[in-house]
Ligand binder design. Sequence first.
Ligand SMILES: [Zn+2]
Length: 247
Amino acid sequence: MNGPEILVSFDPELTTFVPQERRGGPTKAVTDGASTLGHVVESLGVPLTEVGALVVDGREVAPGHVPAAGETVTVRVVPRPQRVPGAPLRFLLDVHLGTLARRLRLLGVDAAYESTDIGDPALAARSAAERRVLLSRDRGLLRRRELWAGAYVYSDRPDDQLRDVLGRFSPRLAPWTRCTACNGTLRTATKEEVADLLEGGTRGTYDVFAQCGECARVYWRGAHHDRLEAIVAQAVAEFGGPVGAQA
Ligand SMILES: [Zn+2]
């Protein structure tokens, strides 16, 4: 590119995406005189899903702003908790985030998940069709124009991923109300209603049951419950308060 020269600096929290040579403070960037600031920021490596305010010479501008020579641009990180207007808060996770999907469902958060790789265009299209926030660690996927909304998942560890998403979006938590297998909602069920679906040992030992309205899977207070209980207790203690929670 051989056009207007601008000065760009990034919020330290965007360091993950910023090339080494641009991490220390404002650096020069040459634009083509026609591209939008949003495009320029993306071309420097930062997904717009992670960007909050774009400030030009002290004034906030839209991503469609076309930079002019000599402008000083500050790229801020998206604020937390992040509001997602326009639809109930719900998510779509890519093929690599299955554990995170199950944990979100365990907490009652609507988390659709593709267990097979349907490809970036199909994922982005589903995000748009169902107005779901796409969660991914794939920057290329997060740059797709069809996306309704998206968020980069910063860690590859499920514990940290869960804290990242809960802290960022502050979803309303409703533990034990959603099927961890298919994301359907659970209803309480009597032992008689689900008896045919249970092993003999289970039928004798447990009393508390719930059944998925979508896939009919039956839930009870079973062997893995302590581990799941710990995940729930920690999430509720840290993120379960009514303040800031969004549906
Ligand atoms: Zn289900």
